[in-house]
Ligand binder design. Structure first.
Ligand code: 5GP
Length: 115
């Protein structure tokens, strides 16, 4: 757990965010620097650092995050055209905020593999 991140402050309401979806356990808000027409971050409200940490503690919450990501994609109108879910984990993957977040990216065609 790492409560001392910018996302913890967003959950606490200390930092503003453009929220698009919220449940008791999950919050989704638009990325400050969108990399596509739709770029939303889905996070657990509890400050787990990684998906592995969350899965070990609350496996059902992983399902809630993925379901929330699909809800976000559906509301944004990209569920049919397609979207990408990304969970950067650790230094080599460029995880810059140590509070688990699922990027929901879509609204344009994307290449593979990522750089
Ligand atoms: P990471 O590189 O850790 O996978 O992604 C972190 C993401 O958080 C980046 O896409 C970055 O633009 C976004 N981000 C960082 N700080 C803030 C913030 O204060 N508000 C919002 N909405 N997004 C942020």
């Amino acid at each position: 757990m790492n409560p001392d991140t910018i996302f913890g402050k967003i959950v606490a309401g200390e930092v503003p965010a453009d929220k698009v979806y919220e449940t008791d356990n999950v919050l989704a808000f638009r990325d400050l620097q969108p990399q596509a027409p739709v770029h939303v971050l889905v996070i657990p409200k509890k400050p787990y650092q990684t998906a592995a940490e969350l899965a070990a503690a609350e496996p059902a919450l992983i399902g809630e995050l993925i379901a929330a990501a699909h809800e976000v994609a559906t509301a944004a109108g990209i569920a049919e055209t397609g979207y990408r879910l990304v969970v950067n984990t650790g230094k080599d993957a460029n995880q810059t905020v140590d509070h688990l977040h699922v990027h929901v990216i879509g609204g344009r065609a994307m290449s593979w593999p990522p750089g």
